[in-house]
Design a protein around this ligand. Structure first.
Ligand SMILES: NC(=O)c1ccc[n+]([C@@H]2O[C@H](COP(=O)([O-])OP(=O)(O)OC[C@H]3O[C@@H](n4cnc5c(N)ncnc54)[C@H](O)[C@@H]3O)[C@@H](O)[C@H]2O)c1
Ligand SMILES: [Zn+2]
Length: 358
């Protein structure tokens, strides 16, 4: 088992990474907990619900299950209320512990519910998608969507631990694996050139979920994310570099309609576009742009963006949360392993769109 420690002003906690962690969930429940509520969805519950609950039951505490409908479309206030309904109906008090068993959708909703139920109860992240294991379960961002915008209602709220069972990735559809790998290579591209090169050398092993390769990728991703959120929990500066590829990616997601491309697929493609823009704006090496394009393709993500029309592209990117005072700030590379945030001229963006869309 690997352990990565996260230290933020809002809380310090361990991330445990390894096979079989699902069977050890009882070890993460504090002795003074009064009850445990497992929040999950029917897909994940059918695969892993009983195992997780059997482990939690070894604490001798009451364990109840709350199932929310599966999918990003249900990451909303209504689903959140289902959690509160169940917790209140079952009379769970301030010393209960919520367990988020699922992907990023379940993790984000459970974390937000924990942040506000009884003004805050403890919660455990048990991420079951690769994307959730390397990204969303770490760092304490929680949220639900609003009809007028994704992740617009939420809180910074840290879990008491993150339990990553690498075995559960075996049931994940291949597309979801590729989408998670996009966030993995992102860390190398913005922070760690050696890890980037390692990803290039191990892309096929990662796609095939080779146990040693995937464990290393998860651990390194969590370490890098922990370093960043440790310095900037609330995204007043540095943390924003984790959004590499997301300005272009969000435009793809909302331009095509949510669900057409997976989030990670859009981010993978967005990283290619950000690399192209970097070459024009910061002088990022053109040979390295080709490496970004090649690795995005190698992990199974699309490297050619959809043609939404340049005006529509710019409009969609404008509504992204990262715009401040109207000008879009892009995460750009200066070299592999080093990123900066800065605006870019619309002309440069249009030139990139012309050569990256089809
Ligand atoms: N909080 C953050 O910092 C942060 C960061 C990145 C993304 N996010 C959020 O994460 C969400 C995306 O998360 P996601 O990609 O995990 O999507 P998801 O939670 O929708 O999971 C994808 C699908 O896989 C299924 N699934 C989960 N585990 C499985 C398993 N082991 N085997 C088979 N199927 C399984 C799910 O039921 C779902 O149908 C978005 O809402 C995004 O906003 C949050
Ligand atoms: Zn992302």
């Amino acid at each position: 088992m690997n352990v990565v420690q996260v230290d933020t002003p809002g809380g310090s906690y361990p991330i445990h990474i390894g096979p079989g962690r699902l069977d050890a969930l009882d070890q993460c429940i504090p002795a003074d907990a009064t009850a445990i509520a497992v929040v999950t969805n029917p897909t994940v519950a059918a695969l892993y619900g009983e195992r997780a609950e059997a482990a939690l039951a070894r604490t001798g505490k009451r364990v109840l299950r709350i199932e929310l409908p599966d999918g990003e479309a249900h990451k909303d206030w209504q689903s959140l209320n289902l959690i509160f309904d169940a917790l209140l109906a079952q009379r769970l008090d301030r010393r209960c512990v919520l367990v988020a068993l699922g992907g990023g959708v379940i993790g984000d909703m459970t974390g937000f519910a924990a942040a506000v139920y009884m003004r805050g109860v403890r919660f455990l992240q048990v991420p079951t998608t690769l994307l959730a294991q390397v990204d969303s379960s770490v760092g304490g961002k929680t949220a639900v969507n609003h009809p007028l915008g994704k992740n617009m209602i939420g809180a910074f709220y840290q879990p008491i631990a993150v339990e990553i069972d690498t075995d559960v990735l075996g049931t994940l559809p291949a597309r979801e694996v590729s989408a998670g790998l996009a966030e993995v290579i992102k860390y190398g591209l913005i922070l760690d050139p050696a890890f980037w090169t390692w990803c290039e050398e191990n892309a096929q092993k990662l796609r095939a979920l080779d146990p040693d390769a995937i464990a290393h990728a998860i651990r390194r991703s969590c370490e890098l994310k922990a370093q960043v959120v440790g310095k900037d929990e609330r995204e007043s500066g540095l943390r924003a570099i984790l959004n590499l590829g997301h300005t272009f990616g969000h435009a793809i997601e909302s331009g095509l309609g949510y669900g057409a491309w997976l989030h990670g697929e859009a981010v993978g493609c967005g990283m290619v576009q950000a690399a192209e823009l970097s070459a024009d704006v910061t002088g990022f090496d053109r040979g390295d742009v080709a490496r970004v394009r090649a690795l995005v393709a190698a992990i199974g993500c699309p490297a050619v963006a959809p043609d939404l029309g340049a005006d529509r592209w710019l409009e969609l990117m404008q509504v992204d949360k990262k715009t401040e005072g109207g000008s879009i700030r892009y995460v750009l590379m200066t070299r592999i392993g080093a990123a900066v945030m800065q605006p870019a001229p619309d002309d440069a963006v249009r030139a990139v769109l012309a050569r990256t869309t089809q």
